[in-house]
Design a protein around this ligand. Structure first.
Ligand code: DOR
Ligand code: ZN
Length: 346
């Protein structure tokens, strides 16, 4: 197979940052995707409808002329999120969920949730309005091994949320383990998961290959090979509860290459090509279009996109770096060659 044409895909988990960084990255996503669920972990976070709608306007203003890219906004849950914030957001056609960051779990999560018990009324309102909960699924107690955090979160937190709010629709974001794959497969309803291109393509060895590789550091951290294999099987296996969400998360070169480097991989430059690269490893593209372009829209109860995108088997080299305000941005697979290339028709 040398050519792939699919319905224009969506990115169900994306970090676009804010001005002036937003302007440096948004065109990459807009070139490949029709829509994206935009993460709210700005500083300060996107906590209210007003915040989300103002951020949306900044994103729209930063898009290239003639782009139809649609940012789907989210709220950032804190210990102090109010029921009326959820009610207002669920009435808005532009806001598509609220993100749970356990406090301290990842970049800009300090304002996140310290105690799930405090969110009972908020979850109740979300359940009532069928308003999506997007979950960063990692337990945060410092004594928990970093490679076990996703599994512990399932056992200690996700199971409890699902038991107490069985009608609350949840997306388990950027899953990284066989445990998470099995947990989603086993769920009867109201649970789906996004999978990133980097977790399909690298295991934890890539973080330490010949030295420490900060550009392979993200959260949740990449796991053992057996987990990557489980993710590949989930993405390509036809269960419609798995879909693409890049978690593309730009940080400046200095912020990554530092004594205490930030978590985040910039995959948006070539996300579609990276997913094709991953599916190629399974030698089975049967469910590629569903994973990229249908499953997420169906789960979010949104229409599928109208247009299409085309990829051809053509080797090309990912640039070593990209312009970024006051710095450079190092894309995932910088300097390496990829086997699939998006063809842009004029
Ligand atoms: O690696 C990550 N980077 N994981 C996250 O959960 C957040 C993201 C970011 O915002 O940089
Ligand atoms: Zn993320």
């Amino acid at each position: 197979m040398n050519s792939l044409t699919i319905i224009t895909p969506d990115d169900w988990h994306l970090h676009l940052r804010d001005t002036p960084y937003l302007q440096a990255v948004v065109a990459d996503s807009a070139r490949q995707f029709g829509r994206a669920i935009v993460m709210p972990n700005l500083v300060p976070p996107v906590r209210s409808c007003e915040d989300a709608l103002a951020y949306r306007e900044r994103i729209l203003a930063a898009l290239p002329a003639n782009s139809n890219f649609e940012p789907l906004m989210t709220l950032y849950l804190t210990d102090n999120t109010r029921v009326q914030d959820i009610e207002a957001a669920s009435d808005s056609p532009y806001i598509h969920g609220a993100k749970l960051y356990p406090a301290g779990a990842t970049t800009n999560s300090d304002a996140g949730v310290t105690d799930l018990g405090r969110l009972a009324r908020v979850f109740e309102a979300m359940q009532k309005h069928r308003f999506m909960l997007q979950v960063h699924g990692e337990a945060t107690s410092p004594e928990i091994d970093v490679f076990d955090r996703e599994k512990v979160f399932i056992d200690q937190s996700l199971e409890r949320i699902r038991r107490d709010f069985p009608e609350l629709p949840i997306v388990f974001e950027h899953i990284t383990t066989r445990d998470a794959v099995d947990y989603v497969h086993a769920a009867e309803r109201n649970l789906a998961a996004t999978i990133t291109p980097h977790h399909l393509l690298i295991n934890r060895n890539a973080i330490f290959q010949g030295g420490i590789r900060p550009h392979h550091y993200c959260l949740p951290i990449a796991k053992r090979e057996q987990h990557r294999q489980a993710l590949l099987a989930a993405a390509s296996g036809g269960d419609r509860r798995f879909f693409a969400g890049t978690d593309s998360a730009p940080h400046s070169q200095q912020a990554k290459e530092s004594a205490c480097g930030c978590a985040g991989i910039y995959s948006a430059l070539s996300a579609l090509e990276l997913y094709a690269e991953a599916f190629e490893l399974t030698a089975d593209f049967t469910h590629f279009e569903n994973f990229m372009s249908r499953n997420g829209a169906d789960y979010y109860a949104l229409p599928q996109n109208q247009g299409s995108v085309r990829l051809e088997r053509q080797s090309w080299e990912v640039p070593a770096s990209l312009p970024y305000p006051d710095s450079e941005l190092i894309p995932f697979k910088a300097g390496e060659s990829l086997r699939w290339k998006q063809m842009i028709d004029d």
